[in-house]
Design a protein around this ligand. Structure first.
Ligand code: 2XT
Length: 135
């Protein structure tokens, strides 16, 4: 059973506020994911950089999940990650979209579920969380 990584619940992150996740991508990372939403079955955003997994190589896959069912995947053109990188991922949202800000890239993903707050954060896979900040 995949040991799940960091999970934070009972959050109350509102539009315009930022979730900053600081950590290190493992040197042999196959992939990692940052999930935000209401709970594990209801995700505004599953942000999933894949180095080499599920048949994808160096591809950022984004998706939503509603009542435990994945939505339509959105594969991004940029892949601003390297093995061993120490990065800070900043996630914010408004009524129309979620934004993922990185040092050299920014990704947008539609707020398909019209979520008005983020209560749940989970980080999975080959990413070692150092710190989390809310601002
Ligand atoms: C071509 C027909 C099959 O399509 C494939 O269907 C797979 C199963 O749905 C898709 O993979 C799933 O994509 C989802 C997003 O749309 C999620 O990424 C599913 O993974 C969930 C998950 C997280 N974790 C924890 C984790 C996360 C990161 C690294 C290590 C463990 N374990 N499973 C992942 O299994 C996969 O993205 C999809 N590929 C394509 C090209 O569409």
């Amino acid at each position: 059973m995949e040991d799940c990584g960091l999970v934070v619940t009972q959050l109350d992150v509102e539009p315009g506020e930022c979730i900053k996740v600081k950590g290190k991508i493992q040197s042999d990372a196959k992939g990692f994911a940052v999930n935000v939403g209401k709970d594990s079955n209801t995700l505004m955003l599953h942000f999933n950089p894949r180095f080499d997994c599920h048949g994808d190589v160096n591809t950022v896959v984004c998706n939503s999940k509603e009542d435990g069912v994945w939505g339509e995947e959105d594969r991004k053109a940029e892949f601003p990650f390297q093995h061993g990188d120490k990065i800070e991922i900043c996630i914010s949202f408004d009524e129309t979209e979620a934004t993922v800000k990185l040092p050299e890239a920014e990704f947008k993903f539609p707020n398909r579920l019209g979520m008005e707050k983020i209560e749940y954060l989970a980080v999975e896979g080959d990413f070692k969380v150092k710190a989390i900040k809310f601002s």
